[in-house]
Design a protein around this ligand. Structure first.
Ligand SMILES: CC(C)(COP(=O)(O)OP(=O)(O)OC[C@H]1O[C@@H](n2cnc3c(N)ncnc32)[C@H](O)[C@@H]1OP(=O)(O)O)[C@@H](O)C(=O)NCCC(=O)NCCS
Length: 186
């Protein structure tokens, strides 16, 4: 089965819950968006799937107390059939500071048990293909992505995908230093 990006679904949820048990993991959607524990998700799985597929505008609270909005966004799961491999968050629009100076237009995370096996590179290629279609349809031809300067795998991924360093922030809204790269969509 080839790996693919799909919308979160009940059939992949058992594998997602296994992934959460593997260690620290973030679903990559900005802010506390559907970050519930396996116990809480299991109490009402249908509600969880409904919420992670909700693309309506929402607020993101930063550690320094400031609030920003994401107005158009989508979450995808990277899967191999029913096996959850990671998450890709696309943030199409919202407050400029949040997207261009903090989180970026795209966020990618691979499940803890599958790190360093090339899934990040494959996920980023699929994410860039999807992003190219979805961002261009919204009139966006260049995207921003960000990472912590100490996050070597993320820096490598961004470089693989043609990212050019655009800005460096010593402290992005109380979250620490951040590198912001620009990628021109082909
Ligand atoms: C960033 C992340 C998605 C990379 O996924 P991954 O599947 O572990 O990465 P890959 O195995 O595909 O490797 C990606 C690149 O990073 C390099 N890399 C992987 N782990 C590394 C490490 N610990 N140190 C340095 N480089 C590393 C790989 O060598 C590869 O580069 P190369 O092809 O030039 O050799 C993953 O580390 C992750 O989920 N991190 C947590 C969330 C996050 O930080 N996301 C980024 C913000 S958008």
């Amino acid at each position: 089965m080839p790996i693919e990006l799909v919308k979160p679904s009940a059939k992949v949820l058992p594998s997602y819950l296994e992934a959460l048990a593997e260690g620290n993991f973030c679903n990559m959607a900005l802010g506390a968006f559907a970050d519930e524990s396996p116990e809480d998700i299991s109490k009402n799985p249908d509600d969880y799937i409904r919420r992670v597929n909700d693309t309506s505008p929402r607020l993101v609270q930063m550690p320094d107390g400031s609030e920003y909005s994401v107005t158009d966004h989508e979450l995808y799961w990277l899967v191999d059939d029913n096996r959850y491999l990671g998450s890709v968050s696309l943030r199409y629009s919202g407050d400029r500071e949040l997207i261009e100076e903090f989180g970026g237009h795209v966020g990618i995370a691979i499940r803890p048990g599958l790190l360093n096996r090339g899934y990040g590179v494959r996920a980023s290629m699929l994410a860039l293909q999807l992003a190219t279609t979805h961002f261009k349809a919204r009139g966006i031809h260049s995207i921003y992505v960000s990472c912590n300067p100490n996050n070597s795998p993320s820096k490598r991924l961004i470089e693989h995908n043609g990212g050019k360093l655009a800005k460096e922030k010593s402290d992005a809204f109380g979250t620490g230093p951040s590198l912001i790269y620009k990628i021109d969509l082909k």
